[in-house]
Ligand binder design. Structure first.
Ligand code: SF4
Ligand code: URA
Length: 233
């Protein structure tokens, strides 16, 4: 190609670039004649590519303390409502999905009582690897995993409401000094999302009388979702 032709190509290419939508991804490893423009990744693809990076994660001690697999969040990336728990237990570690054991069955019932299914919401945890003997994750484990995965999941899904289940999730998002009893059932504005802390389903299994309290909290969430929806229309 002579310099003039090359320059013409350059101008054409810059014009082409300017016309592309914001955030498009350019794929450079194809032969020049068939260079393709890949559209910006959708939410499902973004989550997939995020998770792909961490399938073998050992960034915190939980990566090398007997976990079977990294248990990523699951559900609809288009949802307005996200639930965040503490971390995988034995069943989750075996099956590779969040909240599938006894606590998970109760969470599923709660979600269904709200007129939703698990596929309508997004369910995740602060840490993605099972702590040994199901101990509470240590602060450095929570903060490492939160920064690597949870905050990014939240940025991708962009829920309107996050319901934190129990103290570990509530502290991870709203701050360490926070007591679940002080904020339970109240919406707290956090990074453009409304966070409502409630009891963890495992706590409800030990204290079934508190199921009523959690149901009151879920009613607040449903009302708020409706309100937000009608403001949009
Ligand atoms: Fe990585 Fe999170 Fe597992 Fe720690 S808990 S090893 S940060 S995926
Ligand atoms: N408890 C949690 O906090 N998360 C799970 O995924 C299962 C049980």
């Amino acid at each position: 190609m002579n310099p003039e032709e090359l320059n013409k190509k350059r101008v054409q290419y810059i014009t082409f670039l300017k016309k592309q939508p914001k955030g498009f991804v350019y794929c450079d490893n194809e032969p020049a004649q068939t260079m393709q423009v890949k559209p910006a990744l959708n939410k499902t693809e973004q989550l997939k590519s995020l998770n792909c990076k961490y399938v073998d994660c050992t960034a915190c001690p939980l990566g090398t303390q007997g976990r079977t697999q990294v248990v990523f969040g699951k559900g609809s990336p288009q949802t307005s409502l996200m639930f965040v728990g503490e971390g995988p237990g034995r069943d989750e570690d075996t099956q590779g999905a969040p909240f599938v054991g006894r606590s998970g069955k109760l969470l599923t019932q709660i979600i269904e009582a709200m007129g939703l299914t698990r596929d309508d919401v997004y369910i995740s945890n602060v840490v993605k690897c099972r702590p040994p003997e199901n101990r509470t994750p240590l602060p450095n484990e929570s903060s490492t995993c939160k920064n690597l995965l949870l905050l990014k999941e939240i940025d991708i899904v962009k829920p309107k409401i996050i319901c934190t289940l129990g103290s570990t999730a509530t502290k991870a998002l709203l701050g360490d000094e926070l007591k679940i009893t002080a904020t339970r059932g109240m919406f707290v504005e956090w990074r453009n999302v409304l966070v409502l802390p409630t009891y963890h389903p495992a706590y409800l299994l030990r204290n079934p009388a508190e199921k009523r309290t959690v149901w009151e909290d879920m009613k607040k969430i449903m009302a708020k979702l409706e309100e937000l929806q009608s403001n949009e229309e």
